[in-house]
Design a protein around this ligand. Structure first.
Ligand code: AGP
Length: 608
């Protein structure tokens, strides 16, 4: 979604701002802008609809300053246009503001400010902030005081950065529901909505909490609360490599991330397998064995692919630990006044750790006294900080909008949790060893699937031609079908529908025809015969079948087959999903889609 960058120091701010905005492109946006100021005074603003490259081309040669803010906008109020792009300024052209989030009382504030003489140039909610800060600025008012006073009138969510041409020695940032991270440099400071914009310059970061502001100067920063109480925030170190933010020679981030999965899985597993006791070590849970034994139910919450990974997680927990487990979209859970039980363990899943619906679900559970663990990729993110404990994925940064390596690492994290739970309950040491062995073998198995890329690319080009596709799976295979359909529609825009294989004859069989091919998950497990019967039903209606299986079914039952290596039945779903990622990727490429930045989507949905 929208992105913020800011710089203050001895160097030219514009270069950093443009480079930082380019780093945030993956989040999705439709326009961009920068504002700079400096000792020589005056505020320069440049904005452009379109890509950061369009903005860079529009920035005049003499556009220089040592203090600056920049923004990539994803339209919420008003169409994508130069005028609606951020930064927005006050009437006098001194104050510039960039903003992520939504100001809910913008209309009311706009009316009040207009009555007081403010002239608006955009349809955005953000512009009210510029006029509001100006209304609270006086000769002797510090910028941070004006921002703090202005925000008292604001209802909604925001991450903001503000500059004032009359005070070029500082930038003021504030956070309420939308992330802001400070980056600490040598005699220079940075700020951004996402660490990926900062890692090229510094690894020392400070995450602001909701309700906090910071005044940032070239030589340091001060954080304080909405009621002006100073708070001390210790920096943390980002352990992501700079190279992790490049395509590394691959055509797209998505392809790179699909191929990074063996290494990502190794990192998720690293130091967490206990071969002696055939269990998993998960130090971050902050729950001892006795507390874990008291848990009677597990409820998993996430959005989109995180929710589907949670469905696979629920299956693993039920199978290995025999504890009832269920995954639900966090975006639904938060609106239905959920019953929070003392003996239920809640698990929030989020790659970014910033998804607003998931964060709101966590806050609702905590407000009602529930215990929440986070399964999160981004260290120090809002959800990670809000949870009582959890498991970090260590999958490395995921740039492409479609989640692949984080999805796989999330399922691995759940396998570890299920193993740990299981060994506390009734999972035998022999079964524990069986799972430990299978987990260790997974990176090799994933590599074997990735080696089939060329064959899968050919199939993808063939199947991409259809207006739609059906994905079916039974029990363990159903979440795989859902994630496979999600991946295909997300990046190729081909309509895809996922159904439990068992439900086909209860309705969707009516859709089956040569024009609607089916991707069928056909693992070699106790349900193989049932799945083969379903394939027969599809073929009897002249449906085309692409099977993802452990061995090729009879040619009468499937037109094509992608064979994947066999793991243990509980872990098979994870491997069955990998060819579906490649299928979606190559279908999108064949159709000429913007693979890493699909239309209408953002990497993390930080608004309601
Ligand atoms: C995945 O391919 C999607 N882009 C989307 O469903 C995503 O998984 C969802 O928005 C949740 O994101 P999160 O993991 O960062 O919370």
């Amino acid at each position: 979604m929208c992105g913020i960058v800011a710089y203050i120091g001895p160097k030219d701010a514009t270069a950093f701002l443009l480079e930082g905005l380019a780093r945030l492109e993956y989040r999705g946006y439709d326009s961009a802008g920068v504002a700079v100021t400096g000792k020589s005074g005056g505020l320069k603003v440049c904005k452009a609809k379109g890509r950061v490259a369009d903005l860079a081309a529009a920035v005049p040669a003499r556009f220089k300053g040592t203090t600056g803010i920049g923004h990539t906008r994803w339209a919420t109020h008003g169409e994508p246009s130069d005028a609606n792009a951020h930064p927005h300024t006050d009437n006098a052209g001194n104050i510039a503001v960039v903003h992520n989030g939504i100001i809910e009382n913008a209309e009311e504030l706009r009316a009040r400010l207009t009555a007081d003489g403010a002239v608006f140039h955009s349809e955005t909610d953000t512009e009210v902030l510029a006029h509001l800060v100006a209304a609270h600025t006086g000769e002797d008012t510090e910028l941070e005081e004006a921002v703090r006073a202005a925000l008292k009138h604001v209802v909604g969510t925001y991450g903001i950065a503000v500059v004032d041409a009359r005070r070029p020695d500082r930038i003021v940032v504030a956070r309420n529901g939308s992330p802001i991270v400070l980056g600490l440099g040598e005699k220079e400071m940075f700020a951004a909505s996402d660490v990926s914009a900062l890692v090229r310059y510094t690894r020392q970061v400070v995450h602001l909490e909701d309700g906090e502001l910071a005044v940032v100067r070239a030589d340091g920063f001060r954080t304080f609360t909405e009621d002006a109480r100073t708070v001390t925030r210790q920096p943390s170190t980002v352990d992501w490599e700079v190279g992790a933010f490049d395509t590394g020679g691959y055509e797209h981030y998505l392809l790179k991330e699909i191929h990074e999965q063996p290494a990502a899985v190794e990192r998720t597993l690293s130091g967490r397998l206990d071969e002696r006791f055939a269990t998993a070590h998960l130090g971050g849970l902050n729950l001892d064995a006795r507390e874990l034994r008291e848990i009677r139910r597990v409820k998993i919450l996430g959005c989109g692919s995180a929710y589907y990974a949670g469905e696979m997680g629920a299956q693993l927990i039920e199978e290995l630990a025999r504890i009832p487990a269920h995954s639900e979209p966090a975006s639904e859970f938060r609106y239905r006044n959920p019953v929070i039980e003392a003996d239920t363990l809640y698990v929030a899943v989020s790659q970014s750790g910033e998804t607003y619906d998931t964060l709101a679900a966590v806050q609702e559970i905590k407000r009602k006294g529930g215990r929440v663990l986070g399964v999160v990729n981004t260290v120090g993110s809002a959800i990670a900080r809000e949870c009582d404990g959890g498991i970090y994925l260590h999958a490395g940064p995921e740039i492409s909008v479609a989640s692949t390596k984080a999805f796989t690492s999330t399922v691995i994290a759940f396998a570890l949790l299920a193993l740990h739970f299981g060994r506390i309950h009734d999972l035998s040491p022999a079964d524990g060893r069986r799972i430990v062995g299978a987990l260790k073998a997974l990176p090799g198995h994933i590599r074997q699937i990735l080696e089939q890329q060329d064959a899968i690319a050919k199939l993808a080009a063939e199947y991409a031609d259809n207006a739609g596709m059906m994905f079916i799976g039974r029990v363990r295979g159903y979440p795989v079908a859902r994630e496979g359909a999600q991946k295909l529609k997300e990046i190729s825009y081909v309509h895809a529908e996922a159904y439990p294989a068992s439900e086909l004859k209860h309705g969707p069989l009516a859709l089956i025809s040569p024009e609607l091919p089916t991707v069928a998950l056909v693992p070699d497990d106790e349900l193989l015969d049932k799945n083969l019967t379903t394939l027969g039903e599809i073929k009897a209606r002249s449906g085309r079948v692409l099977a993802i299986a452990h061995r090729e079914p009879d040619a009468k039952l499937a037109d094509h087959c992608i064979v994947v290596p066999k793991s243990e039945p509980e872990l098979d779903p994870l491997l069955l999903n990998i060819p579906l990622q490649l299928l979606a990727y190559h279908a999108a490429v064949a159709l000429g889609r913007d693979v890493d930045k699909p239309r209408n989507l953002a990497k993390s949905v930080t608004v309601e």
